[in-house]
Design a protein around this ligand. Sequence first.
Ligand code: 8YV
Length: 324
Amino acid sequence: MSSKPSILVTRRWPQAVEQVLSERFETTLNEADLPMSPAGLAAALRSHDAVLPTVSDRLPADLFSGGGLKAKILGNYGVGYNHIDVAAAKAAGIVVTNTPGVLTDCTADIAMTLLLSVARRAGEGEREVRAGQWSGWRPTHMIGAKVTGKTLGIVGFGRIGKAMAKRCHFGFDMDVVFYNRSRIDPAEASRYGARQLETVEDVLKAADFVSLHCPGGGENRHLINAERLAMMKRHAYLVNTARGDVVDETALVDALRNGVIRGAGLDVFEAEPNVPEALRELENVVLLPHLGSATEETRVAMGMKVVDNITAFFAGREPPDRVA
Ligand code: 8YV
């Protein structure tokens, strides 16, 4: 019998990472890369020492109840972990780790991509060209909003929020304001060209572009609802690269339809991979399939972080990125 811990990887990971995992552990890979069912995940928790999930897996409390658990650690592939009931995992004696730090720049880059795309109507323009419907240059064609010099409002001034502030302030001369639950030292904020406001509402009222960088789930669910969308400027845009549930999607569709705000750029959705048709048929929204961390460098680095976490754990050391 192997003395190596047994691990189950719920999706295909970059080849270089799967190789390291296979060398160090008794590894079960998901060759078909199909999302696992709740029953499959429940069984995995009972047959392997570690399960390595992603955002496409749901691990609610009931998965941890009923006994027979073998798993001692969930090495989550991603920084966000609101798809895991961490309290239930902890109560079942299971450690949870995540992968902070390595996806900061790439996620901020996608937020920037969305901000620029929606303001300058890049999605619409591309659709027009691809459809063979561009009738030629004219002074009034597909006029968007200038980005440079505008005000960016950030909700959640963690690593990714700061990276977004840096891009917008130093790259696009933007005035940057933010809301963050805890107080940030003004000297620290000014390193990113940003200043903290008291409330989410203050930020929504001040900004030409609002970019969300807070965790999903819990009290942040539907943080951006109909009432708060109505506080935004009519010409403002919303960018979400955080989690879909931070925004009330139905309220957002209404706001986009009725000109409450001018547009939105979304990388995340409430019920991924389902993107409501009501959103898909709107021209003033740019939609991406959760690409925040999707670069070769970052996806490998995320995997290697998980390797570090579970290696430390099974060697009896504290995993560097333990969240529970
Ligand atoms: C990941 C993300 O790709 O890390 C996160 O929180 O949202 C994504 O960039 C995803 O979570 C993988 O599980």
